[in-house]
Design a protein around this ligand. Structure first.
Ligand SMILES: Cc1ncc(COP(=O)(O)O)c(C=O)c1O
Length: 313
């Protein structure tokens, strides 16, 4: 079992220096990525991940160096080589290496494909998290899974500094998403989550949970929920490939993190927040439905693991 890396046709030690300095992913963040969860040695929802990767590539006008089957084979080979059973696969495709210039390189340059397989552990299902409400300062095409994640990184670090687990990102008065996961609300026995327009990432786990909710006959409204309606929310959770389903117990705010539609023109940088300055503005009243979904999710994963064990014996 080993953490393994891959760069442009070669399996490598992830610590090895293989990326040229003038690689556009390295210099510009000019690329897209996927993270795929591996359970019992098999990639989960792989077709959906590859479909989204191809969509992201076409949105940023990078000609895909592989078709769907090519990515599938690469990922499966990498998992087998690593020998990890419970892992994540990070897969990145950039526009490739060329003389630094904002314009796309002239002529044919080969996109760069890299990958890392590493073991992961799931947080225990009893965990309940906290969100720090913040303005969503990302660009207007967050449906593309770009490697440009600086606003997400800063939002998540600020949440962490405040003692929270994730950011609750508010754009134009609506609670849309977290920094690295999709956001769901429970109200009157139904689920509410933002629609997949350009302002959220169309999460693969979100898509899986939509199917799961339909099977469990839980109504779902794909609607933007105004921040002003937070008090009417009974429960909340996050979804993501490695986050799975993560129940949320409270939302906090900090005076340095305004969420108004129009932010003050003078930026208060560097942004420093501490847990002492935070105020709790919401507390879960009922997480029963969230725990029900989480148990159903865990059962599906167990079925997936068992099916794999059966197919390899
Ligand atoms: C901003 C954002 N939203 C949502 C998600 C969840 O997506 P998925 O379920 O495909 O992992 C991620 C995952 O990285 C993310 O970065």
């Amino acid at each position: 079992m080993a953490v393994i890396g891959y760069y442009n046709g070669r399996f490598v030690d992830p610590a090895e220096g293989v990326v040229p300095i003038e690689e556009r992913g390295h210099e510009f963040g000019d690329g897209v990525y996927e993270v795929i969860r591996v359970y019992a040695g098999r990639p989960f929802l792989l077709e959906w991940h590859i479909e989204r990767l191809l969509n992201s590539l076409s949105a940023v006008r990078i000609a895909s160096p592989h078709d769907a089957l090519g990515y599938k084979e690469l990922i499966q080979t990498a998992i087998a080589k690593s020998g990890e059973r419970e892992a994540s696969v990070y897969l990145q495709v950039t526009r490739g290496a060329a003389l630094r210039n904002h314009l796309f390189p002239e002529g044919e340059i080969a996109p760069a494909v890299s990958l890392v397989v590493r073991p992961v552990t799931t947080h225990p299902s009893a965990c309940v998290g906290t969100l720090l409400a913040q303005a969503d300062e990302r660009w207007a095409n967050v449906y593309i899974k770009t490697i440009n994640l600086l606003p997400n990184i800063l939002a998540k670090q600020t949440a962490h500094d405040a003692g929270a687990d994730e950011a609750l990102l508010v754009r134009d008065g609506y609670m849309l998403e977290a920094a690295s996961s999709n956001l769901w609300f429970v109200r009157d026995g139904a689920l509410i989550t933002a629609p997949t327009d350009r302002y959220i990432l169309p999460g693969i786990t979100r898509r899986f949970v939509l199917d799961l909710a339909a099977d469990l006959q839980i109504p779902v409204y794909e609607q933007k929920l105004p921040y002003t309606q937070l008090a009417r929310v009974e429960g909340m959770f996050l979804t993501g490939t490695t986050t799975e389903i993560f129940p949320i117990g409270e939302v906090i705010t900090h005076p340095h993190c305004p969420i108004e539609a129009t932010l003050p023109s003078v930026a208060p940088h560097p942004l420093a927040v501490e847990p002492e300055g935070c105020t709790r503005i919401w507390q879960a009243a009922n997480l029963e439905l969230v725990h029900q979904l989480r148990s159903a999710f865990d059962a599906r994963i167990q079925q997936f693991r068992n099916a794999n064990a059966a197919s390899t014996t």
